[in-house]
Design a protein around this ligand. Structure first.
Ligand code: PLP
Length: 405
C-alpha cells in the first residue's frame, strides 16, 4: 500500500472484525488442539459445500496449494504444460523446478483469461496439463478449455486465488476442472490470518495423497509386506510400528511436507467464509460504479463477465485502447492520489522465462494489454462511500482530460 495515495490498493482485501477475534479467543481459551483439530475439519467441510467438490484440503498458502496440485499431476521431465502468462507468478513459478516444458498461451483481449482458440492451436497429446487463472475474478471459458484438455488427455488446474465468490454457468470456480487452488492471503477476498490456501477436487485417491503430503508423510504407493514375516511380537501400544513394518513401498513419488493450517487460522476462515457474500457484493457495487464512468467514454472497454456468470471483482480492470492516452490517464490518476498497479506483467517476459526461450511476440494480446491498454484500479470492501465517490469523480475527470484532443 502506498500511504501517500488517497485511494490505494489494500493491505487487507478482506473485512475482519470482532467475530474473528472471538474465533481466535475460542481456540486459545478452549484448551483444545492448536493444529489438526475440529476447526480445520469445519472450515474444509464448509468450503467444499460452497465450491461443490467432494474434497477441500487446506494448506498454508495459495502457492503451496498450487505446488501440491502439481504433485498430484505426476508430471515427468519433458512433459508439456500450457499456462497463462497473465497471472501472479505463483501460478507458474513452481514449474521451474519440475523440468517440464512450459508453453505460454495467449489470453483474450476482453477478459485477460486463457484464450480457448489460442489453446486449440497449442495443445497436443504431449500436453500433460493446463494451468489457468480466473483473472481478477472473471471466470475463464471453462467448457471449451476442459473439452480441449479431455480430448488430449491433459488435466486442468484452476488458480482460483481471485475467484472466490464468482460463478460460471451455475457452478463455482474450483469445481470446473480437475483441481482448484485458492489463496487466503491477506490481500485476497477472505483471509485465514494473513496466509492460507485450499485445494479442491473430486478424486478420492488424491485426497489420501494430499493428506499424507501435507502431514509430513511421504507421497507413496505401498502393498502389504510380501517378504518373510519376521516381525517381532508387539504390545498393543506398539501396533503402529507393526502396521508400518508390514507394508512394502512400491513407489515413492516425492517427499511430503508440513502444510497444516493452524486451528486459529481455520477458525478465522469459518467466520470469513460467512462474510464473503456481502464483501463480494460490495466489490461488485464499486466495480459497477466505475464501469458506468468508463462507459461514458468512447474508446474504452470494460471487463465484464459473460451473461449469467458472476465476477468476483478481486481486481477492477478496464481498457483504453490508445497507449499514449492510457499513459496520460494513469499519470493523471496518480497525481490525483489514485494508486494504479497494473496486474500482471506478462510472465513470459520475466527473466527466468526469457532465459528459457520466451520473448516479445509470444503472447501478443497479453503484451498489448499490459504495455498499451489495461488499467487496474483499487476495488475492495475497505473503500468508504466517500472513497468510491472520489474514485468515480477522479476517474471521470482524468478520462475526460486524457481523451481530449
Ligand atoms: C495471491 C495469488 C497466489 C498465491 O497465493 P499466496 O497465498 O500468496 O501464496 C497465486 N495465484 C494468484 C493468481 C494470486 O493472486
Amino acid at each position: 500500500m502506498n500511504s501517500a495515495m488517497r485511494i490505494s490498493y489494500p493491505s487487507r482485501g478482506a473485512v475482519l472484525g470482532r467475530a474473528e477475534t472471538e474465533a481466535v479467543a475460542e481456540v486459545i481459551e478452549g484448551g483444545g488442539a492448536l493444529t489438526q483439530g475440529i476447526w480445520r475439519d469445519r472450515f474444509e467441510e464448509q468450503f467444499r459445500e460452497y465450491v461443490g467438490t467432494r474434497y477441500a484440503t487446506s494448506v498454508t498458502s495459495g502457492t503451496v496449494a498450487l505446488e501440491t496440485a502439481l504433485r498430484l499431476l505426476e508430471l515427468r521431465p519433458g512433459d508439456e504444460v500450457i499456462v497463462t502468462p497473465q497471472t501472479f507468478q505463483a501460478t507458474v513459478q513452481p514449474l521451474l523446478d519440475l523440468g517440464v516444458d512450459v508453453v505460454f498461451c495467449d489470453v483474450e483481449p476482453d477478459t485477460l483469461n486463457l484464450d480457448p482458440d489460442a489453446l486449440a492451436g497449442l495443445i497436443s497429446d504431449r500436453t500433460a496439463a493446463v494451468l489457468l487463472v480466473h483473472y481478477g475474478g472473471l471466470p475463464a471459458r471453462m467448457s471449451e478449455i476442459t473439452a480441449l484438455a479431455r480430448r488430449h488427455g491433459a488435466l486442468v488446474v484452476e488458480d482460483c486465488a481471485h475467484a472466490l465468490g464468482a460463478r460460471h454457468q451455475g457452478r463455482r470456480p474450483g469445481s470446473l476442472a480437475d483441481i482448484g487452488c485458492f489463496s487466503f492471503h491477506g490481500s485476497k477476498g477472505i483471509t485465514t490470518l494473513g496466509e492460507g490456501g485450499m485445494v479442491t477436487f473430486d478424486r478420492p485417491e488424491w485426497a489420501e495423497r494430499l493428506e499424507r503430503v501435507r502431514s509430513n508423510d511421504t507421497d507413496y504407493e505401498f502393498l502389504p509386506y510380501a517378504g518373510p514375516d519376521n516381525a517381532p511380537s508387539l504390545l498393543p501400544w506398539m501396533r503402529y510400528a507393526d502396521e508400518v513394518y508390514r507394508r512394502t513401498c512400491t513407489r515413492v513419488r516425492r517427499a511430503g511436507t508440513n502444510a497444516t493450517m493452524s486451528e486459529a487460522a481455520a477458525a478465522v476462515g469459518v467466520v470469513q467464509l460467512g462474510r464473503m457474500a456481502a464483501a463480494t457484493l460490495r466489490r461488485r457495487a464499486v466495480a459497477e460504479r466505475l464501469d458506468a464512468v468508463v462507459g461514458e467514454f468512447a474508446g474504452t472497454r470494460t471487463h465484464r463477465a459473460a451473461a449469467g456468470d458472476e465476477h468476483a471483482c478481486h481486481l477492477y480492470t478496464f481498457f483504453l485502447d490508445d497507449a499514449a492516452r492510457r499513459e496520460s490517464l494513469i499519470r493523471g490518476l496518480d497525481e490525483a492520489g489514485v494508486e494504479v498497479q497494473l496486474r500482471y506483467f506478462p510472465l513470459h517476459l520475466v527473466p527466468e522465462w526469457r532465459a528459457r526461450g520466451n520473448g516479445r511476440g509470444a503472447c501478443p494480446v497479453a503484451e498489448r494489454s499490459w504495455f498499451e491498454a489495461q488499467v487496474n484500479l483499487p476495488c475492495h470492501p475497505g473503500l468508504t462511500d466517500d472513497d468510491v465517490d472520489y474514485l468515480a469523480r477522479t476517474l471521470r475527470s482524468c478520462l475526460a482530460r486524457a481523451l481530449a484532443d
